[in-house]
Design a protein around this ligand. Structure first.
Ligand code: SF4
Length: 465
């Protein structure tokens, strides 16, 4: 695989996942009411006269008949930079995709770039560069240190490969049973439906492949994966990921979900997506109408910072939740982005109000050029200790390391088990106080009930009631 310092893809390599040759077979295509949309990047529109529009915070109709609310910073950004663009277009996800910012020259129109960003964006990178206009509105135009900005705007640290880093640290390629189908756990598979994303995260675990056109949304490739799943009755759970599966048209995704649903032993489908964070306009009513046909369907979302929890994003999550789709967030722990308890707490609290369960907090994978994003493991454990007991249990994610080499997710956390004494378990609570729990269910070593002498309560343990 290419590395950041040797072989590199050019930034213009990626293509959208809807080529005519990729269309579903004719008998399926005939059932589709809407043609698969083809998109082509265009330059941002020049500012024009301001259109008449509803006041900020009000509701309006946009193409497709959906109502949308707009957050104030996004609205202000649109008025400043895209004032000639009607709200109906701004809130159309196709418009957002076709107006992504994809070059140094384009980005300079919106952000004051520092030398590191400028140099990195001017070079060829393995990972493409693209940001939706909506997500660009969330970035600080003058501060390169802003957490969210660092996650999507390249800087020269991407080109520094550190010891222990690899292009494919999770050894996904070696667990691929057919192109784009990873079978690492006994009963579930990872189906990489497409390698395209609307916005590229600079810490992406799959930076070796996203935007490369290696895993395009071709029916012929998908059929290999479907055949494998059909032949392996132990597969009961399919996670559709990429790239971002919601970058495909509703029809294309519907076709894949339908085919998977037709496999009797597949009990459960999941979709991994960052769309509600980077392009919430993608969560349209027609999309959720289609998705709800395929229950039980769960979604793993990808939020990293409270700045992503905008009105638009909240609306998108409400729409998915109202369609009966359980939502969980997989957050990557990132240095200088979300590695302080106040930021993390703000994020998880907002996610709960958006009906998204903070599910995993990932230690950042050691992909090539990721050192500037990776915290120490002790920092991750410390953060969980600062959350557990101090906030709602549902809000506390499980901190995991995806073991390099393909060992799978391994949970880590503060040590609450303080040992055993006599027949009791000794426990340390979130305040550091010790408690004793009578472990009645365990057989005493001697086979006889154990009597604790009073002098053995030297730990001043409290009884758990
Ligand atoms: S959205 Fe997911 S797959 Fe796409 S670049 Fe970000 S982390 Fe990678």
């Amino acid at each position: 695989m290419p590395t950041h310092t040797t072989e590199m893809h050019t930034q213009g390599n990626e293509s959208l996942p809807s080529d005519p040759e990729d269309e579903p077979p004719s008998q399926v295509r005939d059932e589709l009411s809407t043609p698969i949309v083809r998109l082509a990047p265009r330059a941002p529109r020049a500012p024009a006269s301001a259109p008449s529009e509803p006041e900020q915070g009000s509701r309006w109709r946009f193409r497709g008949g959906n109502s949308r609310r707009q957050s104030e910073p996004v609205n202000a950004f649109r008025k400043r930079h895209f004032s000639g663009v009607p709200l109906s277009e701004w809130n159309d996800w196709h418009w957002q995709v076709s107006h992504r910012i994809r070059s140094l020259h384009q980005l300079e129109q919106y952000l004051q770039l520092d030398a590191s960003e400028h140099d990195a964006l001017g070079a060829n990178t393995m990972l493409p560069f693209a940001i939706t206009p909506y997500y660009l509105a969330l970035l600080n135009a003058t501060d390169p240190r802003q957490g969210l900005r660092r996650t999507v705007v390249s800087n020269v640290s991407e080109f520094e490969r550190s010891p222990g880093e690899a292009d494919d640290p999770l050894a996904e390629d070696s667990h691929a049973v057919v192109p784009g189908l990873i079978h690492r756990y006994p009963d579930r598979v990872l189906f990489l439906a497409v390698d395209y994303c609307t916005t590229y995260c600079r810490y992406c675990t799959r930076s070796r492949v996203v935007g490369s056109n290696e895993l395009t949304a071709k029916i012929e490739r998908w059929q290999l994966g479907l055949d494998y799943i059909r032949a392996h009755r132990e597969v009961r759970d399919v996670l559709i990921s990429g790239g971002d599966p919601l970058s495909m048209s509703d029809e294309r995704l519907d076709w894949l979900l339908t085919e998977l649903r037709r496999i009797p032993h597949v009990e459960f489908l999941r979709i991994g997506t960052k769309m509600p964070a980077v392009l919430p306009q993608r969560i349209t009513k027609p999309l959720v109408t289609m998705l709800r046909k395929h229950h039980p369907l769960w979604m793993s979302l990808h939020y990293i910072h409270p700045d992503e929890c905008t009105t638009e994003s909240r609306t998108a999550c409400e729409r998915l939740a109202d369609a009966g789709i359980p939502l969980g967030s997989q957050t990557v722990l990132l240095k200088g982005v979300n590695d302080d308890v106040h930021t993390l707490q703000s994020l998880i609290h907002q996610l709960l109000t958006m009906r998204v369960r903070p599910y995993y907090l990932y230690q950042c994978d050691p992909i090539s050029g990721s050192r500037h994003f990776r915290t120490s493991v002790s920092k991750g454990i410390e953060l969980i200790a600062q959350l557990r007991g101090h906030t709602t249990g549902y809000a506390v994610p499980t901190y995991v390391i995806d073991a390099p080499g393909g060992g799978g997710k391994i949970p880590l956390g503060p040590e609450y088990f303080a040992g055993r004494e006599a027949g009791d378990v000794l426990l340390r609570n979130f305040e550091g106080k010790l408690y004793r729990y009578p472990d009645d269910g365990a057989e005493p070593a001697s086979g006889a009930p154990e009597v604790l002498p009073p002098e053995r309560s030297h730990l001043h343990l409290r009884t758990v009631r």
